[in-house]
Design a protein around this ligand. Sequence first.
Ligand SMILES: NC(=O)c1ccc[n+]([C@@H]2O[C@H](COP(=O)([O-])OP(=O)(O)OC[C@H]3O[C@@H](n4cnc5c(N)ncnc54)[C@H](OP(=O)(O)O)[C@@H]3O)[C@@H](O)[C@H]2O)c1
Length: 246
Amino acid sequence: MNVVFIPGATSGIGLGLALRLHAEGKTVVVGGRRTELLERIAAEHPGIGTVTIDITDPASITAARDDLATRFPGLDTLITMAGIMEPEDLRDPASLEVAERTVEVNLLGPIRLITAFLPGLLTQPAATVMTVSSGLAYVPLPATPTYNATKAAVHSYTESLRVQLTGSNVRVIELVPPATRTTLMGQQNSEVAMPLDDFLDEVMSLLRADPKAEQILVERVKWQRNAVAEGRYSDVLTVLSGRYRS
Ligand SMILES: NC(=O)c1ccc[n+]([C@@H]2O[C@H](COP(=O)([O-])OP(=O)(O)OC[C@H]3O[C@@H](n4cnc5c(N)ncnc54)[C@H](OP(=O)(O)O)[C@@H]3O)[C@@H](O)[C@H]2O)c1
């Protein structure tokens, strides 16, 4: 993990991870749609690269890929961070629009990114693909049905990707965040969400501790990640069912 591209790093977990990796001496490129944030990040953190990218647009992905191949030929790590999370009332037909958008960003987005970047990563001496699922991949938050479903799908896709890349130079890691204080769905001040800096501290130490880890699981997410194995699924679903109820 030496030259890292994080599409979805204009804010929140992606930006936090980008700054941590940059502070450790990695070359980091942050991506996203909000160009004003990209400009601010570049101005405030000299050395961090930026690229405008909309992961719902295949042409934008290939343009970013080709641009980065020229500017950062040693790019060896892709972190598919970009995501959206919106509540859906499934009794309301208007929720379909949210569902379609969520699948396009959270599931098709990582698939398109990985498909576009993998050929280049396979030419590096050692490379990493890190996907970003969620504790909600393992027990759903009923207020956000399609979000949970896309994250369960990202988990499944990641498992297959890792098996298909066995024996190659590419390591595959799934980052599984718990509820974390970002503006993703307005949980930046939520008591049930983990403070962002605490989350990032734990993630960085887990990455350092086990270079072969397949999943990055902070303590807070094990409540959901291990719910089935530990016979707590119904209890966890009951707790999550009470959250974000209108
Ligand atoms: N925070 C949590 O509680 C939590 C828990 C589990 C998993 N996660 C996951 O962690 C990841 C980061 O979320 P966050 O909490 O840090 O939220 P965030 O601050 O809202 O960050 C989301 C990032 O995704 C980017 N993005 C969204 N749509 C995009 C698009 N079409 N093209 C390119 N970039 C796009 C945004 O950039 P632009 O708007 O500039 O494009 C932003 O940088 C997401 O995948 C999320 O599902 C978060």
